[in-house]
Design a protein around this ligand. Structure first.
Ligand SMILES: *Cc1c(COP(=O)(O)O)cnc(C)c1O
Length: 391
Protein backbone atom coordinates (compact mmCIF):
# COMPACT_ATOMS: atom_id res chain seq x y z
CA UNK A 1 0.00 0.00 0.00
CA UNK A 2 1.52 3.33 -1.06
CA UNK A 3 1.13 6.07 1.55
CA UNK A 4 2.64 9.53 1.71
CA UNK A 5 5.87 9.51 3.76
CA UNK A 6 6.63 11.82 6.69
CA UNK A 7 9.14 14.65 6.12
CA UNK A 8 11.07 14.07 9.33
CA UNK A 9 12.17 10.84 10.94
CA UNK A 10 13.47 12.16 14.23
CA UNK A 11 10.08 12.68 15.91
CA UNK A 12 7.54 9.90 15.65
CA UNK A 13 4.17 11.66 15.73
CA UNK A 14 1.25 10.31 17.77
CA UNK A 15 -0.74 10.09 14.56
CA UNK A 16 -0.40 10.55 10.83
CA UNK A 17 -3.34 10.09 8.49
CA UNK A 18 -2.85 7.22 6.04
CA UNK A 19 -3.46 8.95 2.73
CA UNK A 20 -2.06 8.17 -0.70
CA UNK A 21 -2.28 8.67 -4.44
CA UNK A 22 -5.85 7.37 -4.74
CA UNK A 23 -7.15 10.07 -2.40
CA UNK A 24 -5.06 12.69 -4.23
CA UNK A 25 -6.50 11.67 -7.61
CA UNK A 26 -10.07 11.68 -6.29
CA UNK A 27 -9.65 15.18 -4.80
CA UNK A 28 -8.35 16.44 -8.15
CA UNK A 29 -11.24 14.78 -9.91
CA UNK A 30 -13.63 16.57 -7.53
CA UNK A 31 -11.97 19.95 -8.11
CA UNK A 32 -12.11 19.49 -11.87
CA UNK A 33 -15.71 18.27 -11.87
CA UNK A 34 -17.08 21.70 -10.98
CA UNK A 35 -19.04 20.28 -8.03
CA UNK A 36 -17.24 20.60 -4.71
CA UNK A 37 -19.99 20.81 -2.09
CA UNK A 38 -22.43 18.03 -1.11
CA UNK A 39 -23.11 16.08 -4.28
CA UNK A 40 -22.47 12.81 -6.10
CA UNK A 41 -19.37 11.80 -4.11
CA UNK A 42 -21.07 12.38 -0.77
CA UNK A 43 -24.06 10.34 -1.94
CA UNK A 44 -21.75 7.54 -3.12
CA UNK A 45 -19.80 7.61 0.17
CA UNK A 46 -23.05 7.35 2.14
CA UNK A 47 -24.14 4.38 0.03
CA UNK A 48 -20.86 2.54 0.46
CA UNK A 49 -20.65 3.33 4.16
CA UNK A 50 -24.19 2.02 4.71
CA UNK A 51 -23.24 -1.16 2.85
CA UNK A 52 -20.08 -1.54 4.93
CA UNK A 53 -21.97 -1.12 8.20
CA UNK A 54 -25.04 -3.05 7.07
CA UNK A 55 -27.45 -0.33 8.16
CA UNK A 56 -30.40 1.22 6.33
CA UNK A 57 -29.36 4.86 6.42
CA UNK A 58 -25.96 6.53 6.59
CA UNK A 59 -26.07 10.32 6.64
CA UNK A 60 -22.80 12.14 5.92
CA UNK A 61 -22.02 15.13 8.13
CA UNK A 62 -19.18 17.50 8.83
CA UNK A 63 -18.40 15.76 12.15
CA UNK A 64 -19.31 13.03 14.59
CA UNK A 65 -20.26 15.83 16.98
CA UNK A 66 -22.90 16.98 14.47
CA UNK A 67 -24.27 13.43 14.38
CA UNK A 68 -24.58 13.23 18.15
CA UNK A 69 -26.25 16.64 18.19
CA UNK A 70 -28.70 15.88 15.36
CA UNK A 71 -29.71 12.62 17.05
CA UNK A 72 -30.67 14.60 20.18
CA UNK A 73 -32.51 17.20 18.08
CA UNK A 74 -34.40 14.53 16.12
CA UNK A 75 -35.44 12.85 19.36
CA UNK A 76 -36.75 16.19 20.65
CA UNK A 77 -34.44 16.19 23.67
CA UNK A 78 -34.40 19.61 25.29
CA UNK A 79 -34.70 21.66 28.44
CA UNK A 80 -35.42 19.63 31.56
CA UNK A 81 -34.34 16.34 29.99
CA UNK A 82 -31.45 14.22 31.16
CA UNK A 83 -29.08 12.16 29.04
CA UNK A 84 -26.82 9.50 30.52
CA UNK A 85 -23.25 9.11 29.34
CA UNK A 86 -19.80 8.43 30.80
CA UNK A 87 -17.12 11.03 31.49
CA UNK A 88 -14.09 9.31 29.89
CA UNK A 89 -14.76 10.79 26.48
CA UNK A 90 -14.08 13.70 24.19
CA UNK A 91 -15.99 16.84 25.31
CA UNK A 92 -18.27 16.69 22.25
CA UNK A 93 -20.27 13.79 23.73
CA UNK A 94 -21.46 15.88 26.68
CA UNK A 95 -21.30 19.34 25.07
CA UNK A 96 -24.08 18.50 22.60
CA UNK A 97 -26.36 17.61 25.52
CA UNK A 98 -25.65 21.08 26.97
CA UNK A 99 -26.36 22.64 23.54
CA UNK A 100 -29.86 21.17 23.75
CA UNK A 101 -30.24 22.69 27.25
CA UNK A 102 -30.53 19.18 28.65
CA UNK A 103 -28.43 17.79 31.51
CA UNK A 104 -25.59 15.32 31.02
CA UNK A 105 -25.73 12.69 33.75
CA UNK A 106 -22.41 10.92 34.08
CA UNK A 107 -22.13 7.27 35.04
CA UNK A 108 -18.71 5.93 36.03
CA UNK A 109 -16.72 3.66 33.71
CA UNK A 110 -15.65 0.04 34.14
CA UNK A 111 -12.05 0.18 35.35
CA UNK A 112 -10.79 -2.39 32.83
CA UNK A 113 -12.40 -1.10 29.59
CA UNK A 114 -13.18 2.56 30.45
CA UNK A 115 -16.62 1.97 28.88
CA UNK A 116 -19.79 2.98 30.73
CA UNK A 117 -20.45 0.55 33.61
CA UNK A 118 -23.89 -0.98 32.93
CA UNK A 119 -24.24 -1.93 36.61
CA UNK A 120 -24.32 1.76 37.51
CA UNK A 121 -26.75 3.05 34.89
CA UNK A 122 -30.06 2.26 36.58
CA UNK A 123 -29.23 4.21 39.73
CA UNK A 124 -28.87 7.34 37.58
CA UNK A 125 -32.20 7.05 35.76
CA UNK A 126 -34.93 9.52 36.74
CA UNK A 127 -38.31 10.32 35.16
CA UNK A 128 -36.48 13.01 33.13
CA UNK A 129 -33.99 10.58 31.55
CA UNK A 130 -34.51 10.39 27.77
CA UNK A 131 -31.44 8.73 26.29
CA UNK A 132 -28.13 6.97 26.89
CA UNK A 133 -24.96 7.79 24.93
CA UNK A 134 -22.52 4.89 25.32
CA UNK A 135 -18.98 5.53 24.07
CA UNK A 136 -17.14 2.54 22.58
CA UNK A 137 -13.90 3.64 24.16
CA UNK A 138 -10.72 3.03 22.13
CA UNK A 139 -12.80 0.82 19.82
CA UNK A 140 -14.03 -1.71 22.39
CA UNK A 141 -17.83 -2.05 22.14
CA UNK A 142 -19.82 -1.33 25.30
CA UNK A 143 -21.91 -4.09 26.83
CA UNK A 144 -24.83 -3.44 24.47
CA UNK A 145 -27.07 -6.33 25.61
CA UNK A 146 -27.20 -4.86 29.10
CA UNK A 147 -27.59 -1.29 27.83
CA UNK A 148 -30.37 -2.28 25.40
CA UNK A 149 -32.32 -4.09 28.08
CA UNK A 150 -32.10 -1.09 30.44
CA UNK A 151 -33.12 1.25 27.61
CA UNK A 152 -36.09 -0.94 26.79
CA UNK A 153 -37.25 -1.16 30.40
CA UNK A 154 -37.16 2.63 30.87
CA UNK A 155 -38.09 3.57 27.29
CA UNK A 156 -34.82 5.38 26.58
CA UNK A 157 -33.20 6.06 23.21
CA UNK A 158 -29.65 4.88 22.54
CA UNK A 159 -27.24 7.12 20.64
CA UNK A 160 -23.86 5.43 20.28
CA UNK A 161 -20.69 7.49 20.17
CA UNK A 162 -18.74 5.29 17.76
CA UNK A 163 -16.02 7.83 16.95
CA UNK A 164 -13.48 5.11 17.78
CA UNK A 165 -15.42 2.11 16.59
CA UNK A 166 -16.02 2.05 12.82
CA UNK A 167 -14.89 -1.58 12.39
CA UNK A 168 -16.16 -2.86 15.73
CA UNK A 169 -18.67 -5.66 16.28
CA UNK A 170 -20.60 -6.78 19.32
CA UNK A 171 -21.57 -10.48 19.23
CA UNK A 172 -21.24 -10.56 15.42
CA UNK A 173 -23.42 -7.47 15.14
CA UNK A 174 -21.83 -4.46 13.51
CA UNK A 175 -21.60 -1.27 15.56
CA UNK A 176 -23.89 1.14 13.72
CA UNK A 177 -26.82 -1.27 13.59
CA UNK A 178 -27.60 -1.67 17.30
CA UNK A 179 -28.79 1.56 18.96
CA UNK A 180 -31.34 4.02 17.57
CA UNK A 181 -28.50 6.14 16.22
CA UNK A 182 -24.75 5.70 15.87
CA UNK A 183 -22.34 8.51 15.17
CA UNK A 184 -18.94 7.90 13.56
CA UNK A 185 -16.00 10.27 13.15
CA UNK A 186 -13.61 10.80 10.23
CA UNK A 187 -11.52 13.39 12.05
CA UNK A 188 -7.83 13.42 11.04
CA UNK A 189 -6.75 11.01 13.80
CA UNK A 190 -9.57 8.47 13.46
CA UNK A 191 -9.35 5.04 11.79
CA UNK A 192 -10.37 6.46 8.43
CA UNK A 193 -10.38 10.17 7.72
CA UNK A 194 -11.97 12.84 5.58
CA UNK A 195 -9.95 15.55 7.37
CA UNK A 196 -13.06 16.53 9.28
CA UNK A 197 -16.25 14.57 8.89
CA UNK A 198 -18.76 12.20 10.40
CA UNK A 199 -21.55 9.78 9.59
CA UNK A 200 -24.78 9.13 11.46
CA UNK A 201 -26.41 5.74 10.95
CA UNK A 202 -29.94 4.64 11.78
CA UNK A 203 -32.42 2.02 10.63
CA UNK A 204 -35.37 4.35 11.22
CA UNK A 205 -36.78 5.87 7.99
CA UNK A 206 -38.57 8.79 9.63
CA UNK A 207 -35.58 9.87 11.69
CA UNK A 208 -33.32 9.51 8.66
CA UNK A 209 -35.56 11.81 6.59
CA UNK A 210 -35.67 14.35 9.38
CA UNK A 211 -31.91 14.32 9.89
CA UNK A 212 -31.22 14.72 6.17
CA UNK A 213 -33.27 17.92 6.31
CA UNK A 214 -31.82 19.11 9.64
CA UNK A 215 -28.21 18.74 8.45
CA UNK A 216 -28.66 21.40 5.76
CA UNK A 217 -30.54 24.39 7.18
CA UNK A 218 -33.80 22.48 7.58
CA UNK A 219 -34.68 23.01 3.94
CA UNK A 220 -36.63 20.58 1.84
CA UNK A 221 -34.22 20.19 -1.09
CA UNK A 222 -30.46 20.15 -0.99
CA UNK A 223 -28.37 22.10 -3.52
CA UNK A 224 -27.60 18.96 -5.52
CA UNK A 225 -31.30 18.76 -6.31
CA UNK A 226 -31.94 22.52 -6.45
CA UNK A 227 -29.35 23.18 -9.15
CA UNK A 228 -29.67 19.91 -11.04
CA UNK A 229 -30.35 19.42 -14.72
CA UNK A 230 -34.08 19.39 -14.14
CA UNK A 231 -34.07 23.15 -13.65
CA UNK A 232 -34.50 25.37 -10.62
CA UNK A 233 -36.85 24.13 -7.90
CA UNK A 234 -38.21 26.09 -4.97
CA UNK A 235 -37.34 24.88 -1.50
CA UNK A 236 -39.08 25.33 1.85
CA UNK A 237 -37.81 25.64 5.40
CA UNK A 238 -39.27 22.74 7.37
CA UNK A 239 -37.16 23.08 10.56
CA UNK A 240 -34.65 25.63 11.85
CA UNK A 241 -31.83 23.35 10.71
CA UNK A 242 -28.06 23.37 10.94
CA UNK A 243 -25.07 23.65 8.64
CA UNK A 244 -23.75 20.14 9.22
CA UNK A 245 -23.44 18.68 5.71
CA UNK A 246 -20.38 16.84 4.41
CA UNK A 247 -19.06 18.10 1.07
CA UNK A 248 -17.60 16.24 -1.90
CA UNK A 249 -13.94 17.08 -1.25
CA UNK A 250 -14.30 15.30 2.11
CA UNK A 251 -16.22 12.42 0.55
CA UNK A 252 -13.47 12.06 -2.10
CA UNK A 253 -11.11 11.08 0.72
CA UNK A 254 -13.71 8.91 2.42
CA UNK A 255 -14.40 6.80 -0.67
CA UNK A 256 -10.78 5.60 -0.79
CA UNK A 257 -10.24 5.43 2.96
CA UNK A 258 -13.24 3.12 3.22
CA UNK A 259 -11.76 0.76 0.61
CA UNK A 260 -8.66 0.35 2.78
CA UNK A 261 -10.44 0.04 6.11
CA UNK A 262 -9.90 -3.69 6.72
CA UNK A 263 -6.28 -3.55 5.52
CA UNK A 264 -5.64 -0.67 7.92
CA UNK A 265 -7.34 -2.65 10.71
CA UNK A 266 -5.11 -5.70 10.15
CA UNK A 267 -1.97 -3.58 10.33
CA UNK A 268 -3.10 -1.96 13.59
CA UNK A 269 -3.98 -5.41 14.98
CA UNK A 270 -0.39 -6.58 14.37
CA UNK A 271 0.92 -3.53 16.22
CA UNK A 272 -1.52 -4.06 19.09
CA UNK A 273 -0.19 -7.62 19.46
CA UNK A 274 3.38 -6.32 19.53
CA UNK A 275 2.47 -3.80 22.25
CA UNK A 276 0.55 -6.42 24.25
CA UNK A 277 3.51 -8.79 24.18
CA UNK A 278 5.92 -6.09 25.22
CA UNK A 279 3.90 -4.60 28.06
CA UNK A 280 1.93 -7.48 29.61
CA UNK A 281 4.72 -8.41 32.01
CA UNK A 282 5.52 -4.89 33.20
CA UNK A 283 3.94 -4.54 36.65
CA UNK A 284 3.68 -0.73 36.50
CA UNK A 285 1.64 -0.84 33.27
CA UNK A 286 -2.03 -1.79 33.24
CA UNK A 287 -3.47 -2.84 29.88
CA UNK A 288 -7.16 -2.50 29.12
CA UNK A 289 -9.22 -5.71 28.89
CA UNK A 290 -10.77 -7.08 25.75
CA UNK A 291 -13.96 -9.05 26.25
CA UNK A 292 -14.75 -12.19 24.29
CA UNK A 293 -17.36 -11.99 21.50
CA UNK A 294 -16.34 -8.54 20.32
CA UNK A 295 -14.38 -7.24 17.38
CA UNK A 296 -12.19 -4.43 18.61
CA UNK A 297 -11.57 -1.65 16.11
CA UNK A 298 -8.08 -1.02 17.58
CA UNK A 299 -8.43 2.73 17.38
CA UNK A 300 -6.32 3.60 20.42
CA UNK A 301 -3.64 1.69 22.29
CA UNK A 302 -4.10 2.94 25.83
CA UNK A 303 -1.86 2.01 28.75
CA UNK A 304 -2.39 3.04 32.36
CA UNK A 305 0.83 3.83 34.19
CA UNK A 306 0.57 2.90 37.88
CA UNK A 307 2.01 6.11 39.22
CA UNK A 308 1.38 4.85 42.77
CA UNK A 309 4.22 2.36 42.14
CA UNK A 310 6.50 4.88 40.41
CA UNK A 311 8.53 7.86 41.59
CA UNK A 312 6.86 10.26 39.17
CA UNK A 313 3.38 11.10 37.90
CA UNK A 314 1.85 10.42 34.50
CA UNK A 315 2.58 13.85 33.11
CA UNK A 316 6.28 13.42 33.88
CA UNK A 317 6.27 10.03 32.15
CA UNK A 318 4.38 11.56 29.23
CA UNK A 319 7.02 14.30 28.90
CA UNK A 320 9.87 11.81 29.17
CA UNK A 321 8.40 9.69 26.36
CA UNK A 322 7.95 12.78 24.19
CA UNK A 323 11.48 14.00 24.88
CA UNK A 324 12.66 10.62 23.53
CA UNK A 325 10.98 11.57 20.24
CA UNK A 326 7.73 9.63 20.53
CA UNK A 327 4.39 11.45 20.33
CA UNK A 328 1.60 10.31 22.66
CA UNK A 329 -2.04 11.18 23.32
CA UNK A 330 -4.16 11.39 26.48
CA UNK A 331 -7.62 9.77 26.12
CA UNK A 332 -9.09 11.16 28.25
CA UNK A 333 -9.03 13.30 31.38
CA UNK A 334 -12.51 12.75 32.82
CA UNK A 335 -15.00 15.45 31.84
CA UNK A 336 -16.18 15.84 35.45
CA UNK A 337 -12.74 17.26 36.29
CA UNK A 338 -12.83 19.95 33.59
CA UNK A 339 -13.60 23.52 34.76
CA UNK A 340 -16.95 23.96 33.00
CA UNK A 341 -18.41 20.64 34.16
CA UNK A 342 -16.92 20.84 37.63
CA UNK A 343 -18.25 24.39 38.11
CA UNK A 344 -21.68 23.83 36.54
CA UNK A 345 -22.53 20.53 38.19
CA UNK A 346 -20.42 20.88 41.38
CA UNK A 347 -18.58 17.64 40.75
CA UNK A 348 -15.96 16.38 43.15
CA UNK A 349 -13.00 14.28 42.11
CA UNK A 350 -14.37 11.22 43.90
CA UNK A 351 -17.79 11.30 42.21
CA UNK A 352 -16.55 8.94 39.48
CA UNK A 353 -13.61 7.13 41.06
CA UNK A 354 -12.74 4.85 38.13
CA UNK A 355 -12.80 7.78 35.72
CA UNK A 356 -10.71 9.88 38.09
CA UNK A 357 -8.19 7.04 38.53
CA UNK A 358 -7.83 6.60 34.76
CA UNK A 359 -7.58 10.37 34.16
CA UNK A 360 -4.24 10.51 35.94
CA UNK A 361 -2.78 7.36 34.39
CA UNK A 362 -3.80 6.94 30.75
CA UNK A 363 -1.33 7.35 27.92
CA UNK A 364 -2.15 6.49 24.28
CA UNK A 365 0.69 5.22 22.12
CA UNK A 366 1.02 5.67 18.34
CA UNK A 367 -1.19 3.20 16.42
CA UNK A 368 -1.75 3.75 12.71
CA UNK A 369 -0.98 2.04 9.42
CA UNK A 370 1.62 4.62 8.35
CA UNK A 371 3.83 3.26 11.18
CA UNK A 372 6.42 0.62 10.38
CA UNK A 373 7.20 -2.32 12.66
CA UNK A 374 10.48 -0.65 13.52
CA UNK A 375 8.56 2.42 14.71
CA UNK A 376 6.48 0.22 17.01
CA UNK A 377 9.66 -1.40 18.34
CA UNK A 378 11.04 2.08 18.95
CA UNK A 379 7.93 3.10 20.93
CA UNK A 380 8.22 -0.08 23.00
CA UNK A 381 11.88 0.57 23.74
CA UNK A 382 11.21 4.17 24.77
CA UNK A 383 8.27 3.28 27.03
CA UNK A 384 10.26 0.49 28.73
CA UNK A 385 13.22 2.79 29.24
CA UNK A 386 11.12 5.60 30.71
CA UNK A 387 9.29 3.22 33.06
CA UNK A 388 12.50 1.64 34.30
CA UNK A 389 14.05 5.09 34.86
CA UNK A 390 10.97 6.07 36.88
CA UNK A 391 11.06 3.13 39.33
C1 LIG B 1 -13.20 12.37 18.04
C2 LIG B 1 -14.31 12.11 18.97
C3 LIG B 1 -15.55 12.75 18.85
C4 LIG B 1 -15.77 13.91 17.92
O1 LIG B 1 -15.59 13.61 16.60
P1 LIG B 1 -15.62 14.81 15.54
O2 LIG B 1 -15.76 14.12 14.23
O3 LIG B 1 -14.32 15.54 15.70
O4 LIG B 1 -16.78 15.65 15.86
C5 LIG B 1 -16.58 12.36 19.66
N1 LIG B 1 -16.42 11.40 20.58
C6 LIG B 1 -15.24 10.78 20.75
C7 LIG B 1 -15.14 9.70 21.78
C8 LIG B 1 -14.14 11.12 19.97
O5 LIG B 1 -12.96 10.53 20.18
Amino acid sequence: MKLFKPKTKTFLPFHRPSLGKAEEREILDTLRSGWITTGPKTIEFEKRFARYIGCKHAIALNSCTAGLHLALVALGIGEGDEVITSPITFPATANVIIHQKARPVFVDVEPDTLNIDPDKIEASITPRTKAIIPIHFAGHPCDMDRILSIAKRYNLAIIEDAAHAIEAKYHQQKIGTIGNFTSFSFYATKNITTGEGGMLTTNNDEFADKIRILRLHGISKDAWKRYGSEGYKHWDVIYPGYKYNMFDIQAALGLHQLKKIERFWKIRKTYVEMYDDAFKSIPEIILLSRRPHIKHSYHLYVILVKNEDLKVDRDTIMNLIQSEGVGIGIHFRSLHLHPFYRRTFHFKRGDFPNAAYASERVISLPLYPALQEKDVRRVIKVVKKVISQSR
